[in-house]
Design a protein around this ligand. Structure first.
Ligand code: AMP
Ligand code: ZN
Length: 114
């Protein structure tokens, strides 16, 4: 999508620190990390949010999910553990309207989901 921030990162129009890439998925460091490790994992295709998923996205979402532990392993947090967060819509605070998994690790999290 033309002016979507994360689509622009996929197209390399905006720089990012990429940690994982394949045909369908891009992983890169969050610019304002909330944990010692904080990366974002996105489908390269523009999907605005969880609310926009259709049956057609089944394969890509299955793949995106399977990449999570691979990316965690690459970041050295697979065994220590990590938190995966997806914001959706206004009340969640979703700021970028391109579906993304936050993968956070490198410290212990409480059960307060804020
Ligand atoms: P959300 O609130 O779930 O939409 O999360 C958006 C995330 O994108 C935030 O954690 C931001 O810090 C992050 N972010 C915004 N701009 C960039 C960027 N140019 N590169 C990497 N991460 C970004
Ligand atoms: Zn997009």
């Amino acid at each position: 999508m033309e002016n979507c921030l994360f689509c622009r990162i996929v197209r390399r129009e905006i720089p990012s620190r990429i940690v994982y890439e394949d045909d369908l998925v891009l992983g890169f460091y969050d610019i304002e990390p909330k944990a010692p490790v904080h990366i974002l994992l996105i489908p390269k295709a523009h999907i605005a949010s969880l609310n926009d998923l259709t049956q057609e996205h089944s394969d890509i979402m299955a793949h995106l999910t399977l990449v999570i532990p691979k990316a965690a392993e690459k970041m050295g947090i697979k065994d220590s553990g990590y938190r995966v967060v997806v914001n959706c819509g206004r009340d969640s605070g979703q700021a970028v309207a391109h579906l993304h998994y936050h993968i956070l690790g490198g410290r212990a999290f409480g059960n307060d989901f804020g």
